[in-house]
Design a protein around this ligand. Structure first.
Ligand code: C5P
Length: 218
């Protein structure tokens, strides 16, 4: 079978990470969380005190950083930031740097290199629309706002923030709003994406639906 490029997009808490990881494992493909790259840049900008709206400075920072995203961890310039990038502060920093077109150009280039040989499941917001507009399979995962907030509040990878679902829901919808309304590559459903609503569906069922879409395409 030809090595495919599979794009999985959607808002926070839609289940992209869990589903993308399981689908990649099933196919023996590489799984790449593109959001972790925006998070790593946001983390380094905060650490170095670079203003999050200084497009030139953040793009330069992204360009000179080495970001490694593996199935298990994320590092930037050799520093393991796997846990450090999953905090409410970095949620906001990542969304802020992701609005900057020059920063996106740098990270999209890296994402395209990772996917050049295929055999990859990449998750994000613009994978099917911008990074790989000719991806073999495009999936858009969504879920109700309540369910997405519940999942995020229960996610052990996320630390250091409000755990009351109402607070998580407020922060999540603020970030979604930034992602959907920004000018550069806003979160959007690609015209040829298959949309799957994951609200109240067990993970196994969503994974089976995604694999069925992939099988139907090959
Ligand atoms: O997916 P995750 O929530 O970890 O992504 C963090 C942030 O990175 C998102 O809020 C979004 O602003 C940005 N992002 C993006 N494009 C992607 C992946 C993530 O703009 N492909």
């Amino acid at each position: 079978m030809r090595p495919l490029i599979i794009a999985i997009d959607g808002p926070s808490g839609a289940g992209k990470g869990t589903v993308a990881r399981a689908v990649a494992k099933k196919l023996g493909y590489r799984h790449v969380d593109s959001g972790a790259m925006y998070r790593a840049v946001g983390w380094k900008a905060v650490r170095d005190g670079v203003p999050l709206d200084d497009e030139e400075a953040i793009a330069a920072l992204a360009r000179r950083s080495r970001i490694d995203v593996t199935a298990a961890d994320v590092s930037i310039d050799g520093a393991d930031v796997t846990r450090a990038i999953r905090t409410p502060e970095i949620d906001r920093a990542a969304a802020a740097v992701a609005r900057l077109p020059k920063v996106r150009t740098v990270l999209v280039e890296g994402q395209r290199q990772l996917g050049a040989g295929g055999a990859i499941v990449m998750e994000g917001r613009d994978i099917g629309t911008v990074v790989f507009p000719r991806a073999d399979v495009k999936i858009y995962l969504d879920a109700s706002a309540e369910e997405r907030a519940r999942r995020r509040a229960a996610d052990p990878a996320h630390s250091g923030g409000p755990t009351a679902i109402a607070d998580v829901a407020t922060a999540l919808s603020a970030r979604d709003e930034i992602d959907r309304t920004r000018t550069a590559s806003p979160l959007a459903v690609a015209a040829d994406a298959i949309r799957i609503d994951t609200t109240s569906k067990p993970v196994d069922q969503v994974v089976a639906e995604v694999l069925a879409v992939i099988n139907a395409r090959i």
